[in-house]
Design a protein around this ligand. Sequence first.
Ligand code: IMP
Ligand code: MG
Length: 184
Amino acid sequence: MPSSAEVLRRTGGRVVKSIVYDEAAIAAKVAELGAQITRAYPDGDLLVLGLLKGSFIFLGDLVRKIERPLQVDFLVASSYGAGTTSSGHVRLLYDPETRLEGKHIVLVEDIVDTGNTLRKLMGLLRVREPASLAVCALLDKVEVHAPMPEVRFVGFEAPTAFLVGYGLDHAEDYRHLPFIADLM
Ligand code: IMP
Ligand code: MG
């Protein structure tokens, strides 16, 4: 665990309530997810689609733990403003250029909260006829939403707190933290 002085240096003096997952716990979980994904796709084309910006660190670590050929692309969707609750509206600001047809798609998401963002995106991707479509989420607030069978690879079942770090932001801050913290 980092010392509180180290945390405050990274946050500019703003306190976080607690560290929920430290670097070592995250690294172990990401390695496990990489191994699961490697086993799940013995053949075919695999496209790992990262949902920006929240997945940028997770995706970078995850693909290095997947031991089979793959390609990477990104989606940019916008659903949150500066608040901490989901609005339910999703806009696609960047659409992957790669063809999805006939490929195995793993959509990489930082955290599933209400699941609204994912449901909307899965609908948009399904019409492009991929061979399969699954979600890999580092964090899943399972208590918030109805079961989602598409969320096939899950790192941690997260508490219903507002989490920041390792890609997750609050009003664009804290994404760079190497650990995941409960903000308040
Ligand atoms: P959903 O549509 O409610 O599932 O929200 C998913 C998106 O909201 C995630 O991709 C995050 O960008 C954001 N989000 C949800 N919960 C948190 C959180 O605890 N911390 C930071 N961002 C969150
Ligand atoms: Mg966000």
